[in-house]
Write a protein that binds this ligand. Sequence first.
Ligand code: FE2
Length: 217
Amino acid sequence: MVMNSLTGDPQIFNLFPTPLVAITLKDADALNAALKATILKRSETHPSVQKTNLGGWQSDLDFPLWSGPEGAHILETARNFASRLTLRATADGKVDPFAADWKMASWANVNTTGDANDLHTHAGAFWSGCYYVDTVEVGQAPNIGGEFEVFDPRGVAPILYDPMLRFGIKGCTTAGMSEYLTPKSGQMFFFPSWLFHAVRRYKGGGKRISVAFNLSV
Ligand SMILES: [Fe+2]
């Protein structure tokens, strides 16, 4: 038996992992009720920009100017948490904690039935993220859509040889494909700005509301 020729468990090095960090804000229900009213009111009085949105309403980058204390709270939370996720290398080869004075761009999104966001990255930033004000029934009903789709930054290379052959290692079976995350209201996602992502077409009857942001130094 081959197995008998081994000693100990195999060591697996997860080299070059790609982070997507989700946090949940405290007292999100009250925060979200206020933000929802503010964003929907804005969407009724201001036209959508046309960027990644395939349908849906997307605000200009002026979210901080009209989102009140609730908007300021989520943006401040994002800035503070981004500093916890960030180190800065020094000339002598160390990496130190880095409390960046983050510059921020932010905008609101409302997707209704049939709306999606096209494949994209966020140029000109280090961290990008999204706060979920209302995910309505996303993840609670089958085939409702609205998931956050992340594309393998290695492209299709890992499945190009044979799409049916997979790496039999935990976390590696989707190499070369997409991962789908189901956000919940009150959650905030952080991911590297260069990571290709999209929002799956939403097929529910409600309004899927989120606030997206870019953080740069
Ligand atoms: Fe995005």
